[in-house]
Design a protein around this ligand. Structure first.
Ligand SMILES: [Fe+2]
Length: 298
């Protein structure tokens, strides 16, 4: 993992024939992603956001608009920058948009500028985390599963670009109007609380601990973000009835995520498709420059 697809004749590789091949083999390609969890297209001479957008559109999946707290910039049609938070920081493992009702089935990344050092995109097979947590903490997992989970997250009053999760609520929810932001948050099945400093606290409850998705061998995915949000200054994760999730359980889960992670190292022009239902992903710290673009699909 990932499954690597290379051009049959590297010297003649070009985006145009790649796009034609993708259009012709849509179903097969979709199956390859589900079967392997990730597919890499390497050596196709993909140069920029325009090329990348054509590849994304060739696959035929509908776009899903990113909602969340990561600072991102729109580049071209369906293409955005990946999280622009400081490269020196590790972006913790997550399923994309895991807390929202609707989340992307596919995440597609394109490497325009590979970092000189570091900056790998780690992947974690989600079902492995569930298996290992059940082995070590069967009772705690059962309790969390039965009760469900509750998260809180605070978006600041204005953008803070020095933080990876520093998107102000206006941008995170796409409106400068507090009433409209509140309406949008609620429409996504969350509750809101305005803080004295103008920040917007969202309360997300109940959410499941694990999920099983069609076509993924009945595997139970660790489809939550407990480790990423538990006990932080701007976020929390508890059971849905406010029961604490024990520290040692969260800590051990973090170690398991690390142990199960697979490091993916970027080369210029790589296009990587992954199954967001099956894999958690993150970003390792790197030296600048690093430019990775993203598209998310239903
Ligand atoms: Fe992500």
């Amino acid at each position: 993992m990932p499954l690597v697809l290379l051009p049959p004749e590297p010297a003649k590789a070009d985006t145009e024939s790649l796009v034609a091949a993708l259009k012709k083999n849509r179903e097969w390609f979709d199956q390859m992603i589900i079967k392997n969890s990730a597919v890499l297209l390497r050596g196709f001479n993909v140069k920029n956001a325009e090329d990348f957008n054509e590849i994304v559109e060739a696959c035929g999946w509908e776009d899903i608009r990113y909602i969340g707290h990561a600072p991102r910039t729109h580049i071209f049609k369906r293409i955005w920058t990946a999280n622009e938070g400081p490269l020196s920081e590790f972006i913790y493992y997550h399923h994309e948009m895991v807390l929202f009702k609707e989340n992307p089935k596919k995440v597609i990344l394109f490497c325009e500028v590979p970092p000189p050092e570091g900056g790998e995109t780690p992947f974690v097979p989600s079902f492995r985390v569930t298996e290992r947590m059940l082995e070590e903490f069967p009772e705690e997992v059962e309790e969390m599963e039965k009760k469900g989970l509750m998260y809180t997250f605070t978006a600041p009053s204005t953008n803070n670009t020095s933080s990876m999760r520093g998107r102000g609520w206006q941008e995170a929810f796409g409106t400068p109007d507090p009433a409209e932001a509140e309406r949008r948050v609620k429409a996504m099945g969350m509750d809101v609380e305005w803080l004295p400093d103008g920040g917007l606290k969202t309360i997300i409850c109940p959410r499941s601990l694990m999920r099983v998705f069609e076509g993924r061998k009945g595997r139970r995915m660790w489809y939550n973000t407990v480790v990423g949000m538990h006990g932080k200054e701007i976020s929390s994760a508890t059971m849905a009835d406010w029961t604490d999730i024990p520290n040692h359980v969260v800590k051990r889960c973090g170690q398991i995520l690390n142990e199960e992670s697979i490091q993916f190292k970027w080369e210029k022009g790589d296009v990587l498709f992954f199954d967001n239902m099956a894999l958690l992903h993150g970003r390792r710290p790197s030296l600048p420059p690093r430019k990775v673009l993203v598209a998310t699909c239903k």
